[in-house]
Design a protein around this ligand. Structure first.
Ligand SMILES: [Zn+2]
Length: 142
């Protein structure tokens, strides 16, 4: 009797482990969602806003849905897009800080043709600038 119960428990445990192995698990997007939910729940308590607490509950559900999802390919694609967006934001933020740091030394502008960011040392007067990206030439004063 005891051996039969042990065998049934082992079989059920094996099934559960097999099911868990097929899950997506925690990834960057999932962890970010949980951190956002945590921040929202704290803000909700601090500001006494029930709506933020409800929103954080929805975020927790979304995060757990993603972690337990068996559609791993789709979850990986979502995570890849999120990571790409995060990297783009980090780059923009970093470049923004650099521009702010050097704003007295350089004048920043965009190429009228391809919209890439260019810079020119301040105080050199009007010059003909050639965009390094597209080769478009135009006059600019710095
Ligand atoms: Zn250009």
């Amino acid at each position: 009797m005891l051996n039969k119960m042990k065998a049934v428990l082992k079989s059920e445990a094996d099934k559960a482990m097999h099911w868990l192995r097929r899950c997506n698990g925690a990834d960057n997007l999932g962890l970010t969602i949980i951190i956002a939910a945590l921040i929202l729940v704290l803000l909700g308590r601090l500001l006494r806003l029930q709506a933020l607490t409800l929103l954080s509950a929805a975020l927790y559900l979304w995060a757990f849905y993603r972690m337990l999802s068996h559609n791993v390919a789709k979850r990986h694609e979502e995570n890849r897009r999120f990571t790409e967006l995060l990297q783009k934001c980090r780059t923009e933020l970093g470049q923004g800080f650099t521009r702010l740091k050097n704003i007295r030394k350089y004048k920043y502008y965009r190429c009228p043709n391809c919209k890439s960011r260019l810079r020119m040392p301040r105080g050199i007067g009007e010059k003909t600038v050639t965009c390094s990206r597209c080769g478009h030439s135009f006059k600019k004063k710095a």
